[in-house]
Design a protein around this ligand. Structure first.
Ligand SMILES: Nc1ncnc2c1ncn2[C@@H]1O[C@H](COP(=O)(O)OP(=O)(O)OP(=O)(O)O)[C@@H](O)[C@H]1O
Length: 238
């Protein structure tokens, strides 16, 4: 279980402010963290991972700080956590030494699936290939808490589809998955719950089953929670 209470995050030299009063994410939930650009999705995920200091409040995972559970947590981001001079093979050796559950066999199978060359320097990979490597590493960590920040951005349609199939097939069922994305059509059928951020606050938090029972779609919920106005663009021309 992930618990946040009165979390306040400010960045030096910026007015940005992310505040979460009370949020509990149960074990086994697959949660979409949604919201417009700059709404606080990455800040929320990084704070849960214990990356960067939060000024106030508490964030615990199973009652402990993230630093005590590092080898049961994985964070897949666009930025990547690999060292560019290493090869995927060398990167795996590093990961195996650091993450006790690292599954080398799965990692190698994923590399093969994504057609990534284990002996080439990572710095020679394209952006998409680097992101795929990050997915291989993240999934092979066999983490209980899998946090992902836009792992699908810039990926072609087939890569996105495969990603969900790979991720969901590899889960045991008790992992907690947090998924920050703008690709709501892709995640609507994958997530159990949606948390919509707006200007650093939680604007909506609901279960997808309840949403469907009300005959609503994620796109509608997003537009409502974000206060999106379809004709706002006209202001530019007035
Ligand atoms: N390193 C930083 N220094 C200063 N301000 C920051 C920093 N990182 C984020 N912010 C600010 O914090 C707010 C939340 O940013 P965050 O990256 O969490 O949003 P996001 O929802 O992930 O956005 P996007 O969808 O564009 O990736 C924004 O106003 C942003 O400008």
């Amino acid at each position: 279980m992930i618990e946040l209470k009165y979390m306040e995050k400010r960045y030096a030299g910026s007015d940005a402010y992310v505040y979460v009063r009370d949020m509990t994410i149960q074990k086994g939930e697959i949660v979409g963290i949604l919201g417009e650009n700059g709404s606080g999705k990455t800040t929320l995920l990084k704070s849960i991972m214990g990356i960067g200091e939060v000024q106030n409040g508490s964030i615990t995972i199973e009652g402990k700080p993230a630093s005590e559970l590092y080898d049961r947590m994985a964070f897949i981001t666009e930025e990547g956590s690999f060292f560019p001079d290493l090869t995927p093979d060398e990167y795996a050796q590093f990961l195996a030494g650091f993450f006790t559950r690292f599954d080398r066999e799965l990692y190698d199978k994923l590399l093969k699936f994504y057609e990534l060359e284990p002996e080439d320097a990572i710095k020679t990979f394209s952006k998409g290939q680097k992101a795929k490597l990050e997915i291989c590493a993240g999934l092979a960590k066999k983490a209980d808490y899998l946090l992902m920040d836009e792992p699908l951005i810039g990926k072609d349609m087939f890569t996105r589809r495969d990603f969900f199939k790979l991720m969901l097939s590899g889960l045991r069922g008790d992992e907690t998955v947090l998924f920050a994305t703008h690709l709501i059509d892709d995640v609507e059928h994958v997530i159990d719950r949606a948390i919509i951020m707006k200007k650093g606050r939680v604007a909506a938090d609901f279960y997808i089953d309840e949403m469907r029972e009300q005959g609503r779609t994620l796109a509608e919920m997003m537009a409502e929670a974000s206060g999106y106005k379809a004709d706002k663009y006209r202001d530019v021309f007035e």
